[in-house]
Design a protein around this ligand. Sequence first.
Ligand code: ADP
Ligand code: TYD
Length: 214
Amino acid sequence: MRRGIFISIEGPDGSGKSTQIKNIKDYFEGKQFEVVFTREPGGTAIGERIRDIILDKNCKEMDYMTEAMLYAAARAQHVSEVIEPALAAGKVVICDRFVDSSNAYQGYGRKLGEAVAVINGYAVKGCMPDLTLLFKLDPSVGKDRIRVDQQDRLDAEAEAFHQDVYRGYLQLEKQFADRFCGIDASRSIAEISTEVCTKLDRILAAWESRKAGN
Ligand code: ADP
Ligand code: TYD
């Protein structure tokens, strides 16, 4: 049974996810939780090797289904090796991108649709986030924040691709309204941090009442 709290962070590239993750980590550590911070693709030795292949700008010929399956393969390893054991031990897991990135980028951006949800069902095995914070920012603004020499294979995709991904995220937010929480990421870092902490207060209260009920 899950004893911990699982939070995933989603949004376009450059929307400020990494910047806010430190704030989230500090929030839970301040409340004496053990926090596991991890990321996708990656988070395990095997997953980081898969990451190198997926994000390599030289892998220009990569088939979209190959790409989707590689993300799912890295995720299967991540869930079984890191996320499930940490949650079973009562830790807070903060994951920089999770299955919704595949649904948005491969499902909507690459237009692979439902196939992405199907293959990820095998990878995730029901281990879904309690809360998904979606950093909402027009992808063109996010892209301007990333230096060209730091762009990976996905960052370097055309504007139209990133707009499709973003529309996908907005769809997912509606579809999974029970766990998604949208954050207006066009504001200042301090304003966003305050809103994020308010959302975390809420998820923590829900977790405490769940625990008290057990
Ligand atoms: P992501 O992890 O979503 O790709 P980052 O947190 O790395 O995004 O942020 C990308 C860039 O934008 C960094 O240079 C960061 O300092 C800057 N940044 C982050 N949040 C904001 C914000 N609210 N306003 C302006 N710039 C920001
Ligand atoms: P990363 O540098 O981790 O993200 P960011 O640019 O937001 O800091 O790069 C990961 C890239 O991979 C990013 O462009 C999103 C993409 N991605 C997918 O297409 N599908 C997925 O399932 C995941 C986890 C990421």
